[in-house]
Ligand binder design. Sequence first.
Ligand SMILES: NC(=O)c1ccc[n+]([C@@H]2O[C@H](COP(=O)([O-])OP(=O)(O)OC[C@H]3O[C@@H](n4cnc5c(N)ncnc54)[C@H](OP(=O)(O)O)[C@@H]3O)[C@@H](O)[C@H]2O)c1
Length: 345
Amino acid sequence: MTGAVRFGLVGYGLFGAHHAHAIQATPGAQLVAIAARSEASRISAATAHPQTTVHADYRELLDRRDIDAVSIVVPNALHYEVAAAALASGKHVLLEKPMALSVAHCQELIGLAADHGRLLAIGHELRLSSLWGSVKRLIDEGAIGLPRFVLVELSRFPYRQGSGGWRYDLAQVGSWILEEPIHFFDLARWYLAGSGEPVSIFARANSRLAGQHSLADNFAATVDFHGGAFAVIVQTLAAFDHHQTAKIAGEKGTIWAAWSGVDARTDRPTFSLRYGLAADVHEVPLAKPAGELLELADEIAAFVRSIQAGTPLPCTGTDGLWSTHLCLAAQESIERGAIVELAPG
Ligand SMILES: NC(=O)c1ccc[n+]([C@@H]2O[C@H](COP(=O)([O-])OP(=O)(O)OC[C@H]3O[C@@H](n4cnc5c(N)ncnc54)[C@H](OP(=O)(O)O)[C@@H]3O)[C@@H](O)[C@H]2O)c1
């Protein structure tokens, strides 16, 4: 298409406000309308973005003919409903993770996008990161040979409640695995793409205070891939600040990436990227800093390029289906105390 991509935004909470800012700052994108649920959110949206129309019902926004693409940033349980309606109304969709709360709903969204000839992008913005994306580039350049093992680990402070406490409500959040570990499943599958798709998963979880597994602070999963490669995903929410590391061990050495900040959106992070084997160590300078808001800006810019010029999406519906599938299978493994075999996506 020619001309600016006209955006509607559904959801104006903490991350929705960042989407709005990123859309407005992206060359070739124009923020036309915002749908927000409460009056307080509508006032915030209208005050920060006076050039937009603010709707109380997202369906009004989807009915508009002057919107090409919709960014969806609402609680997890609403992702399927809003994305399905947006695709059916003929809009391109950038959908925050998790894509949906069931694999069947992910499949339906992929089908709707195909039926309506629209793009469906999933918000795994770490793929756009100068740090986590450089890990992928090093792998693709053969810096460590074929990767055999991936470890992604996050230690951070407990989750925020979210608007109305949705993040602590099992029915609305799905599970806490679908919050941050879902990004790490996506990274692991991306980094181990040379080994094919995941085949099975085993997961454990417990909580800092109580014995409940559904909203668990401490989480670990082992994912097996074809040919013996495997990934370990670890998260604790019983910590402080935000510290993420990834270690990818291959035939010729290990890549080691680390990022720390007071939170994921700080503009003062520390980060490093090194790779090597034994005493042969290489420090990799990054073209720009890494952090969630920089990655979100690049994600929106990539989505706009895909709509305007047909460039590949950084993260597709199939990728979103796989990361969701891995989270749901991890939850099943925790509940059954058993290895769960993964059906192909
Ligand atoms: N990719 C990432 O790294 C990343 C980071 C953060 C969040 N997320 C995802 O983004 C989503 C939102 O998270 P958040 O942290 O922004 O949560 P939040 O601060 O609680 O915001 C959620 C927003 O959704 C709004 N909402 C609920 N129902 C709605 C409806 N029917 N129509 C319009 N708006 C509605 C709420 O409205 P009111 O305020 O009016 O109640 C609230 O403003 C979640 O899926 C989360 O997993 C992704």
